[in-house]
Design a protein around this ligand. Structure first.
Ligand code: PEP
Ligand code: MN
Length: 375
């Protein structure tokens, strides 16, 4: 079998998951689907007053509240546990709003199902773990619930896809992904690095999978929520999961990133929704022209990279002749600092220049290593 056929077969197998598009779910009224509610359920009053404010807005489709909280360090508020399920049941019965909780173990799933919870989400610290995922999938077998799968904490697309496959194989069809960003050691203005291309790639690999954005955990601060939500809309995401608390300054978890119900409405009111495409001939002609300009620049970039690698190889040969090491840290630091300065003056972000140069440097080392190994 040639590789082309193999790739197509693999892609086909992946897209053959039986997933119902988010637009066809009964909770979906219009784009974007909105899931809102506190990071954690803290008291019956806090849950009910937050839900009342959200339901009054008429803009929220699913109410969320974590009752088992995966905290990074011990000694913090770890959630109210199963008693919180009764409060969520009240939200559902009194306000008719579907409710969602996070599940991380089979016990959580059984408890949630026993209380008639409508939706569950699998958190980023759980979706990294195939054992946990399989346990959750088995407990969810053929259950009539919506399942949202957050991206794993590390930027591993295969792991995210694997988590989705496990839940799908358990017979869950109302299944969607939630992009909440990836943790990083490097300094980043957001709590979690978005790496939007990973979510875009996921939608290519599993056509039809719903994609929501969680700007609360991505940004980690309420000030970023509007911009991140807009970005998600511009990338044609289906919905948003936004932490909303009746009194954020006194929240027991994720205080900085929670919005009040009024602030949530302001964010939603400010969103500009654009259509993914248009039939307007003038639009189509212009976009085609602009895209061909992009193609020209992409090709130029490739030509430039090719030339750069050829020079790197020449340097590699020269170093080999003179028995010099490949990595020259001081020279590399100088190249990077100069490029960052210059790039910033051209309106590029330092992170972007840093990432692109790191990638180019890695590739240069690979080319030089190849040369060094030549007989
Ligand atoms: C949450 O949604 O409350 C949560 C813990 O999210 P994440 O898994 O994205 O950190
Ligand atoms: Mn949270």
């Amino acid at each position: 079998m040639n590789t082309e056929i193999l790739t197509t077969t693999v892609k086909k197998a992946r897209s053959s998951l039986n997933i119902l598009p988010v637009e066809e779910w009964s909770v979906f009224k219009k784009r974007p689907l909105i899931i809102a509610g506190p990071c954690s359920a803290e008291s019956e009053e806090q849950v009910m007053t937050t839900a009342a404010a959200l339901v009054a807005s008429g803009r929220v489709d699913i109410f969320r509240a974590g009752i088992w909280k995966p905290r990074t360090r011990p000694g913090q508020f770890e959630g109210i546990g199963s008693p919180g399920l009764k409060w969520l049941k009240r939200v559902r019965e009194e306000y008719g709003l579907p409710v969602a909780v996070e599940v991380a173990t089979e016990k959580h799933v059984y408890e949630a199902l026993k209380h008639g919870i409508d939706a569950v989400w699998i958190g980023a610290r759980t979706s990294v773990n195939p054992f946990a995922l399989q346990e959750i999938a088995s407990a969810l077998k053929d259950a009539d619930v919506m399942v949202f799968i957050k991206n794993p904490v590390n930027p591993d697309l295969e792991l995210w896809i694997g988590a989705i496959e496990r839940i799908s194989r358990a017979g869950i069809t109302r299944l969607a992904a939630v992009h909440r960003g990836f943790s990083t050691w490097e300094k980043c203005s957001f709590r979690n690095q978005p790496r939007w291309q990973i979510a875009v790639e996921l939608r290519q690999r599993i056509p039809g999978i719903g994609m929501l954005c969680d700007p609360s955990h991505m940004g980690g601060d309420r000030e970023f929520i509007g911009d991140l939500s807009q970005k998600a809309m511009d990338l044609n995401y289906d919905g948003l999961m936004i932490e909303t608390h009746i009194d954020p300054p006194n929240a027991l978890s994720d205080r900085k990133q929670q919005l009040t119900p009024v602030e949530l409405m302001n964010v939603l009111d400010s969103l500009i929704l654009r259509s993914p495409t248009s039939d307007d001939p003038e639009y189509l002609e212009t976009i085609e022209d602009l895209r061909s300009q992009i193609d020209v620049y992409d090709n130029l970039l490739l030509d430039i990279l090719e030339s750069r690698m050829q020079v790197a190889e020449t340097i590699g040969r020269f170093k080999k002749e003179h028995s010099i090491t490949i990595l020259q840290s001081s020279r590399w630091k100088e190249v990077k600092d100069n490029a960052v300065d210059k790039g910033v003056r051209k309106g590029l972000t330092p992170e972007f220049i840093h990432n692109i140069l790191e990638a180019i440097h890695q590739e240069s080392i690979t080319h030089q290593m190849k040369v060094m190994k030549e007989a």
